[in-house]
Ligand binder design. Structure first.
Ligand SMILES: Nc1ncnc2c1ncn2[C@@H]1O[C@H](COP(=O)(O)OP(=O)(O)O)[C@@H](O)[C@H]1O
Ligand SMILES: [Mg+2]
Length: 256
């Protein structure tokens, strides 16, 4: 479904991705862990041509993503929905307009206003938002959890076959985290999509995902099932999992 082949990327002489090889299979829910600043977001962005690899390539449904090719990108972005870190909504647009941005241009042209409204309504409902209450509001009038859900509605409104989630639960309290994770599972099932989720919630990720990987030093340090991850003898994998668990416990104490 998605194939990363020897993906390299450097910024200002700093090597961020140093040869990432990964195949995500159809229908799979795939988790990516890793310390912050290791290139998890950069890797996700190569999937839709927002970042172009210096070396290597990414194929979506068998076709190589070409950052400079508009028609190619349109096709890719039709197949892939992207839930950005921090929702990344347009502040000056209301919820209706923000979600509408997720409908591919080619499709939008042939849709009546009623079709569009139906589609936007349905996406908001699927994202556990009440359309009537939120459509006219601007992002500033919503809570953090609601903004995340609007970002999700925008990602699914184009009926993608693949969903990329960049830290969908970062900054949410434990209750909202559990809620969004349930929503991810539910959507993946109902919409029958392939999902790649970047998350720092290791426990949640291990419960949700079919396979997980850990990105470290520009490469996949680990790739396997949650059971294999838990049993890993790799000192770096263990240290990362333990430290993250300890941090989560501390965060939890602070919230209480
Ligand atoms: N467009 C960009 N220009 C320059 N540097 C970037 C750009 N995008 C990401 N980086 C750098 O690449 C590194 C990895 O970033 P990122 O993928 O956002 O990390 P994370 O694993 O936390 O998601 C960071 O050092 C970041 O500053
Ligand atoms: Mg990131």
């Amino acid at each position: 479904m998605i194939e990363y082949r020897g993906v390299h990327k450097a910024f200002d002489g700093q090597q961020v991705l140093a040869g990432v090889d990964l195949r995500v299979e159809e229908g799979e829910m795939f988790g990516i862990f890793g310390p912050s600043g290791t290139g998890k977001s950069v890797l996700l962005k190569t999937t839709i041509g927002l970042v172009e690899p210096d070396l290597g390539d990414v194929a979506v449904e068998g076709e190589v993503v070409r950052a400079g090719d508009r028609r190619n990108l349109e096709r890719v972005r039709h197949a892939v929905g992207y839930v950005f870190q921090n929702a990344a909504l347009f502040d000056s647009l209301n919820v209706w307009e923000n979600v509408e941005m997720g409908i591919p241009e080619t499709e939008l042209a042939g849709m009546s206003r009623l079709d569009r409204t139906r589609r936007i309504w349905r996406s908001l409902e699927l994202s556990n938002l009440e359309p009537d209450t939120v459509v006219r509001k601007t992002p500033a009038e919503l809570s953090g959890g609601m903004r995340k859900r609007v970002g999700i509605a925008r990602a699914i409104v184009g009926r993608p076959r693949i969903l990329l989630w960049d830290e969908p639960t970062t900054g949410l309290d434990p209750v909202n985290t559990a809620g969004v994770e349930r929503l991810i599972e539910q959507l993946s099932e109902e919409l029958n999509v392939t999902s790649v989720i970047v998350t720092h919630d290791i426990q949640g990720g291990l419960l949700m995902c079919d396979r997980v990987a850990m990105l470290q030093g520009g490469r996949l340090r680990f790739c396997g099932t949650p059971t294999e991850f838990r049993a890993s003898e790799d000192p770096l994998v263990k240290a990362f999992a333990d430290r993250t668990a300890a941090q989560a416990a501390l965060d939890h104490l602070e919230i209480k």
